[in-house]
Design a protein around this ligand. Structure first.
Ligand code: 3PG
Length: 401
């Protein structure tokens, strides 16, 4: 079975790989529980079908056993959300864990310790994967945020544990970030922002094959402006990507994609929240000033373009939205997507900073999908195969939304 709902779960030991890599403050308090909440539907489904859940995740990037990366601080929130007391193992594999698993009742959850406490995890060591697999009868991968890593608990384990199927979160991420993006309801617009074009080349190239409209914002636009011969003042420019920017513009034209660059920008006299600012046409950035947001005319043009669409994917902010003064462009896009989502347009927020922006504006709940992955959503949008998905049984596939 590639489908979790087709699996016989009563009394079965199910190893669930989730991405519970949540941020913790200095006092080990969870500062954003989104990823824990996102993991709950699959776990609840398993529990209500009589399974014994063995939950595994990484947290951070520890080098060996490091107490501050323990998964212990996650137990109270997991217990609260699941409505049962989650047990916690002190280890990931070994006799003590085996005993805890043997004692696990149907409908109970055992959280293993941080799987990256073992270096074998990231090395995708087969012996380690085999030991992990031996704890269970069935593997469910719901860790979309880690699906781009070929690690023992995401990829290696599937070689020793069948069936290996996708959890509901992983499937939903694939349905939207792959399914809806590859077979979109048209017109289909992609909004790509962020500071550097170099980190979004793959995404832009891949989306150019699929979208009808491409809106570019964020720091990367200055590389495009400079490539077109405009003065950009002291704005961020990747000099070694000027040719690439030119070729992306040409490619968009050749493909008939309507690529829109902002026509005006908000510029600042320094990179600071209290900088002096003014709005100027993109062609009139004075020396000594840097662009930190898209301007109001651009917001209007972008909104008008978005009004014509049926599917929108957004990855990357339009400006330095951490500074209130330069957050208007990003927040306007977030509000526009919320408005269109309510009208039935498929709106997909593809991970990272755009998720933070949508949350800041308080419109996260109305979007069709908000990805829980950073690197994983980028790789998927680039059209790459994710090792954690490829390793699952056939039948894990994307559907059109
Ligand atoms: C993430 O936060 O993007 C995932 O949990 C993956 O973490 P990693 O980049 O440390 O593998």
């Amino acid at each position: 079975v590639g489908d979790l709902t087709a699996a016989d779960l009563e009394g079965k030991r199910v190893l669930v790989r989730a991405d519970l890599n949540v941020p913790l403050d200095d006092n080990q308090n969870i500062t954003d529980d989104t990823r824990i909440r996102a993991a709950i539907p699959t776990i609840k489904y398993l529990l209500s079908n009589g399974a014994k859940v063995i939950l595994t995740s990484h947290l951070g990037r520890p080098k060996g056993v490091t107490p501050k990366f323990s998964l212990a601080p996650l137990v109270p929130r997991l217990s609260e959300l699941l409505g049962i007391e989650v047990k916690k193992a002190e280890d990931v594999i070994g006799p003590e864990v085996e005993k805890l698993v043997a004692d696990l009742a149907n409908g109970a959850v055992l959280l293993l310790e941080n799987v990256r406490f073992y270096k074998e995890e990231e090395k995708n060591d087969p012996e380690f994967a085999k030991k992990l697999a031996s704890l269970a009868d069935l593997f469910v991968n719901d860790a979309f945020g880690t699906a781009h890593r070929a690690h023992a608990s995401t990829e290696g384990v599937t070689k020793f544990l069948k069936p290996s199927v996708a959890g509901f979160l992983l499937q939903k991420e694939l349905d939207y970030l792959d399914g809806a993006v590859s077979n979109p309801k048209r017109p289909f617009a992609a909004i790509v922002g962020g500071s550097k074009v170099s980190s979004k080349i793959g995404v832009i190239e891949s989306l150019l094959e699929k979208c009808d409209i491409l809106l570019l914002g964020g720091g990367m636009i200055f590389t495009f402006y400079k490539a077109q011969g405009l003065s950009v003042g002291s704005s961020l420019v990747e000099e070694d990507k000027l040719e690439l920017a030119t070729s992306l513009l040409a490619k968009a034209k050749a493909k008939g994609v309507s690529l829109l660059l902002p026509s005006d920008v908000i510029i600042a006299d320094k990179f600071a929240p209290d900088a002096n600012s003014q709005t100027v046409p993109a062609s009139a950035i004075p020396d000594g000033w840097m662009g930190l947001d898209i301007g109001p005319d651009s917001v209007k043009t972008f909104n008008d373009a978005l009004d014509t669409t049926q599917t929108i994917i957004w990855n990357g902010p339009m400006g330095v939205f951490e500074f209130d003064k330069f957050a208007v462009g990003t927040e306007s896009i977030a509000k526009k997507l919320a408005e269109l989502s309510k009208k039935g347009v498929t709106t997909i927020i593809g991970g990272g900073d755009s998720v933070a922006a949508v949350e800041k504006v308080g419109v996260a709940d109305v979007m069709s999908h908000i990805s829980t992955g950073g690197g994983a959503s980028l790789e998927l949008l680039e059209g790459k195969e994710l090792p954690g998905v490829v390793a699952l049984d056939e039948g894990v596939m994307t559907r059109m939304c």
